[in-house]
Design a protein around this ligand. Sequence first.
Ligand code: MN
Ligand code: MN
Length: 389
Amino acid sequence: MTEFSRRGVIGGGAALAGGLAMLANTAAAQSSGEAAATLPPEEILGKSAPFRSFRFPLGSITAQKQYPGGWGKEVNAQNFPSSVAFAGVLMELKPGGLRELHWHANAAEWAYVIDGNCRITVIDPSGKSEVLTLSAGDVWFFPRGHGHSIEGLGPNGTTFVLVFNDGTFSEFATFSITDWFAHTPLDVLAKNLGVPVSTFADFPKQEAYISLGAVPGPIPWPPAPGTLDTPPLTHGYHLLAQEPRTYGGGTIRLVSQKEFPISDSMAGALITLKPGALREMHWHPNADEWQLYLAGTGQMTVFGSAGRATTDRFGKYDVGYAPRGCGHYIENVGDDELQLLIVLNSGTYEEISVTQWLASNPKSLLANNFSVPETAFDGIPKGEVFITG
Ligand code: MN
Ligand code: MN
């Protein structure tokens, strides 16, 4: 048995125990007729209520929306009750597949392009607009209410993940332009747009959501003189192009408001862990954490006070969740590199790590705290480790 598989078995036992406890709790909740309603984190975490699962298999559920131009599948507090503060959507668009012009009334949209190429368009409240071509490894951010669209480009379209900072959000109840037009009298549309009523004869009679048209060609570059009115802060960021912070066990590329100024209410990071590596024990004082596992096999434990800790195992397109203030750590328990995306609902990245915390205290205090000799702490790190392995 290799070092890694042995670690996996040990961890798997913990995961099994956590999973069984979770199943028992779910069964108890169902038999008592308790609704699977979302509980606020304070209520979940402040009492000795059982822990919910912090894993959702987004990759293996059936897409709730399927069109010739693409599909979308969604996770939010409705199908994943732990996800009080986030909704997420995995979406694929074919070349020429268009997630139509729309906006969101109650959430900002943070997105990461997993594969392929797409074109986004966005308009802000001052009327300034952007058209950006983005590729795998790029991020976009649309503040709440900004009008936008996403179009799949050649040769293979695009796969991306959308993350919204509200667990009650549904991507399938957004404000789409075809929906609004279909519910507006034609004479109003004609008056508004200054064209004959007949113009609208063949417009959709209901929401298009994802349409499919010709594969878009390149946009002329540079743009013609006098054609642009771009916002001062761009909506796109090339995350994978960023030089990562590198540790012995892996890397992180962080995109907060500091790196990406428009992203004022959300931050994200791309993390890689080598086999056996550990993203160390830490918590976020200011934010909940939503995760999408992209490659490899990971295991996360969430500590929730009052003797509660839940361990789940994650593979490709599994979603993980760590509520604000809950301790957590992630291990690569597979044989390949683990890649995951984390998203936080604050534009400012904050964390406190266990190593940093211990290092900031006198050894005499640590000895007192754990009732062991001071020498027990001789070998511990002098500061934050972040990723070890
Ligand atoms: Mn959107
Ligand atoms: Mn974290």
